[in-house]
Every structure is written in structure tokens, then in C-alpha cells.
Design a protein around this ligand. Structure first.
Ligand code: PLP
Length: 383
């Protein structure tokens, strides 16, 4: 049996998505910029995809720009904030995705802009009081805080952070890569300037995503070229990817409640089984709590001989998950997120399990047996 519990890294593509994409690999191949019928056909598909996305986000289609994925969109938002929107200060946190942290660091060096990291509570949540202090004591800020953390599942309230940013005339970007398609995000209810998505996180294809840019903003091209995406992102569009993205989001949004109920059930089952069968297991961040991203669970297993090897051993057993690890020398290494919340434990394996609408309890049982075996073997070896 093969069990895939790494859906925060990527999800399998839904069959309906592939079906929607197929004609664009074969008969509908025209360049969307061409004015003939072949081009008009594919241009129409791209604009229909944009409308579908806008409908789910409660925004105008003109606020959606297709990109190569989440990373490009993160780069776009941060760069525009500094270069086009006059921000002289970036506020982010040390547990953001590297697409945000590394980009923020580089921009700050390049444009001589100050970078502040908002403090986190011990469980990895944003300290809102400190965020306000940072906003109040600097010039125009760009706040980039992810909607849900991809490793520990901690979430921010887009509304709360958005209102605080509005109070200080700050630009607010939220990396919504892990929540798009899993939570309803309505831009008409949240004061937000930029958010972004990556299709492969919600059963769409890889290499395609989008950025939402609030229509109040005037930004320049992220990529100069043939003027595609209304001049902001040149380059022939990833036509089949865009068609697949819209189909994947439509499926996810239409069945969101059912999918969420299923995934929550699988996750809660795994929590209960881990607690019963692995004494001493700990859960990181807020991942076990009901207010966390429901697709992610992050656990640290008790100290044991197999800690270093746990991911590898599980992989050999056919169980795919991910995580930061602790090396046997005692020096903790691995996830910058676990490090950022002081959750790395020497000699202990930390594992991230992430679920999708296709995950079953039978698969969880299989994974649990394997985890138990390796924990038992480690305990026996250390006796
Ligand atoms: N942001 C978050 C929170 C992610 O989890 C990921 C993917 O791992 C990305 C950004 C990058 O997205 P992409 O793979 O589409 O570039």
C-alpha cells in the first residue's frame, strides 16, 4: 500500500481537472494573443477561467493575474509594495514561506528598506500588539503574513490584520497558498491588497497560480514582454494550467463544506490514534487545535534511536509525509518554522502529516501501524 500524507507539499490532480485541460493540449492550441479563431478560442478560455476565480473570490476579474504559482506571486506582491507603492518597511515573520522571507530580505538589502519580524506567541501565532507597535513606529509598511502556515497550520484572521493595516495605511499581502480552495476567501469582506494561490495545492496542475491585486493599487509589470495579463505579466499564458486552475478551484469551492468535513474527520482520527498509541507524542504550533488549518498536523515523536531515519523508514514502508528532523549529534536541524517557534527537539523526529479529500481512515491506520513499529523498535533498541 502507498499512503500519501504530504498534501501541503502538493496534491494529486483531480481527474475532472485533467479532463477539463485535455482539449487545450490537443485541439485548442492557439496562442491567446492571436487574433484568428484559434487564438480567440483560447483567449476566451483564459477569460472564462479568470471570471470563475473572481466569482469565488468576490472580486472583479480585472483584479486577477495569472502567474507561474505561489512563489512568483509572493515576489510580485512584495516587489510592487516597495518599488511601486512607496513602502519603506516590510513586516513579516520568521515562520513565513521562504518565498516571502527570502524575497523580503533581498528587497530590503537592495532598496535599503527596513525589515521587521513580528513577534510570535509560544504556539507560533502572530503577536497582534507587537504588530501594531511595528506599524505605529515606522513609515509606510508592507505587512506580509500568511493566512495559514504550511507546517504548523497556525492561521491569522485576514479581517483583523487587514483592519489594523488599514488603520496605519499599510499595504497588506497575505500568502493564501495553503488556504485557497480550502476556505472561502471573500475580498469584498476583507481589507486586503494582495493575495495569492497555487493550483497544485488544491488538486490542480503544477506551475500555475494567480495573484489578486486590489483595484485601488497602481503597480508596474512584474515581467515585461508581450503585454499579456494587461501588461503586468508578459509571456504566453500557461493555457492548460489556467484552465485546470479554474476547474480545480471551482470544484474545491463548490464542495468545500463536504471536503472540509471529510478532511477534519481524517485528521481528528489521526490525532486520537496518535495520542492513544504513541505516549509522549506532542503536537506543534496550533496544528492539533480546531482553529488551525484543517489539512495539516505537525507532531514530534518521543525521543528514539530512529529519529533521524523516521522519514526515510516511513518512505520505505510506502508512507509519504514530511518534516523537520533532529540529527543524532544532538544538534537540531531542519524546519525553519519549528526552529522559529523553538519546537525542534534533539533526538526526536518531527513529522508533518497533511491530508486531502482523497485521504482515507484506512490509509491513516496503515501509516499509524508503521509509525508505531518504528517507535517500538527504537524503544527496544534503547533498552
Ligand atoms: N507559499 C506557501 C505557503 C506554500 O506552501 C508554497 C508551496 O510550498 C508556496 C508559497 C510556493 O508555491 P509554488 O510552489 O506554487 O511556487
Amino acid at each position: 500500500m502507498k499512503v500519501y500524507l504530504d498534501n501541503a507539499a502538493t496534491t494529486p490532480m483531480a481527474p475532472e481537472v485533467l479532463e477539463a485541460m485535455m482539449p487545450y493540449f490537443t485541439s485548442h492550441f492557439g496562442n491567446p494573443s492571436s487574433s484568428h479563431a484559434f487564438g480567440r478560442k483560447t483567449k476566451t478560455a483564459i477569460e472564462a477561467a479568470r471570471r470563475t476565480i473572481a466569482q469565488h473570490l468576490h472580486c472583479s476579474p480585472s483584479e486577477i493575474y495569472f502567474t507561474s504559482g505561489g512563489t512568483e506571486a509572493d515576489n510580485f506582491a512584495l516587489t510592487s509594495s516597495i518599488v511601486d507603492l512607496g513602502c519603506t518597511h516590510i513586516i513579516t515573520s520568521k515562520i513565513e514561506h521562504s518565498a516571502v522571507i527570502k524575497t523580503a530580505q533581498l528587497l530590503c538589502e537592495k532598496y535599503n528598506v527596513k525589515l521587521s519580524l513580528v513577534e510570535l506567541t509560544p504556539d507560533g501565532s502572530v503577536d497582534m500588539e507587537h504588530l501594531e507597535v511595528l506599524l505605529a513606529t515606522h513609515g509606510r509598511s508592507c505587512v506580509s503574513l500568511m493566512h495559514a502556515n504550511n507546517e504548523i497550520g497556525n492561521m491569522i484572521s485576514l479581517t483583523e490584520v487587514g483592519h489594523l493595516c488599514a488603520k496605519y495605511n499599510a499595504i497588506f499581502h497575505s500568502d493564501t497558498v495553503q488556504t485557497m480552495g480550502h476556505y472561502a476567501i471573500h475580498t469584498d469582506e476583507v481589507p486586503i491588497h494582495f493575495l495569492n494561490a497555487s493550483a497544485h495545492k488544491f488538486h490542480g496542475p503544477k506551475g500555475v497560480g494567480f495573484i489578486y491585486i486590489n483595484k485601488s493599487l497602481k503597480v508596474n509589470a512584474a515581467m515585461t514582454g508581450g503585454g499579456q495579463e494587461r501588461g503586468l505579466r508578459g509571456g504566453t499564458e500557461n493555457l492548460y494550467g489556467i484552465v485546470g486552475l479554474a476547474k480545480a478551484l471551482d470544484l474545491a469551492a463548490t464542495h468545500m463544506e463536504d471536503h472540509a468535513a471529510h478532511v477534519r474527520d481524517v485528521k481528528n482520527y489521526m490525532i486520537a490514534q496518535l495520542e492513544t498509541n504513541i505516549p509522549g507524542i506532542r503536537f506543534n504550533g496550533r496544528s492539533k487545535e480546531s482553529d488551525a488549518l484543517y489539512t495539516v498536523l505537525n507532531a514530534t515523536l518521543p525521543e528514539g534511536e530512529n529519529a533521524d531515519m523516521m522519514l526515510f523508514l516511513l518512505d520505505l514502508d510506502g508512507v509519504a509525509c514530511s518534516g523537520g528532523s533532529a540529527c543524532s549529534s544532538g544538534a537540531a536541524k531542519g524546519s525553519h518554522v519549528l526552529e522559529g517557534i523553538n519546537a525542534l527537539q534533539p533526538h526526536c523526529a518531527s513529522l508533518r502529516f497533511s491530508f486531502s479529500r482523497y485521504t482515507t481512515r484506512v490509509e491513516i491506520d496503515f501509516a499509524l501501524e508503521k509509525i508505531k513499529d518504528h517507535c517500538r523498535a527504537a524503544t527496544a533498541a534503547s533498552m
